[in-house]
Ligand binder design. Structure first.
Ligand code: S3P
Length: 166
């Protein structure tokens, strides 16, 4: 197992925190969205517009599943990974699930105008989605607050708190 799975809404900093933490721990970083783009051979926006969200979610689940068995890896997931129960099973098998938590105001600032995030085109819809998903994110094994903090400080806490788990 020996992995860390980062979850959180769009703009939570999963990829940025994951990259720095992986460097410090000597772990491999897998950006799930990046892997999906590779597998699909097109951008996430195009998967959504050409194949639909359900096709994207299927691809997301199967890509996550394909990682089970990895070790010494940090997995930065997409914000919607928490929506399917089966994904939780895969994530639990992979390792310690960590929620990078941020207030809506922080997230909105980071995702506004993001060209690669189809679900952030309409910020009011994105806010409702965040509210709906919140209890799901909260069921992670560990929660780290990121508002007003540097990436370095978040990574330090991540490494300290997961030290006993991985
Ligand atoms: C999504 C989040 C995105 C990406 C896709 C859908 C979501 O990832 O997987 O656009 O449903 O919240 P990030 O959280 O890395 O932006």
């Amino acid at each position: 197992m020996d992995n860390i799975v980062l979850i959180g809404f769009m703009g939570a900093g999963k990829s940025t925190v994951g990259a720095l933490a992986a460097g410090e721990l000597g772990f491999r970083l897998i950006d799930l969205d990046g892997l999906i783009v590779e597998r699909a051979g097109k951008s996430i926006r195009r998967v959504f517009s050409e194949d639909g969200e359900t096709a994207f979610r299927d691809l997301e689940s199967s890509t996550l599943h394909s990682l089970v068995g990895s070790s010494n890896t940090i997995i930065a997931t997409g914000g919607g990974i928490v929506g399917r129960e089966g994904n939780w099973e895969h994530m639990r098998r992979l390792g310690t699930i960590v929620y990078l938590r941020a207030r809506w105001e922080t997230l909105a600032q980071r995702i506004a105008g993001s060209s690669e995030r189809p679900l952030a085109d309409d910020l009011e819809k994105a806010r409702l989605l965040f509210e709906k998903r919140r209890p799901l994110y909260e069921s992670a094994a560990l929660v780290i607050d990121t508002d007003g903090r540097t990436v370095e400080s978040v990574v330090e806490e991540l490494i300290r708190k997961t030290g006993g788990c991985i």
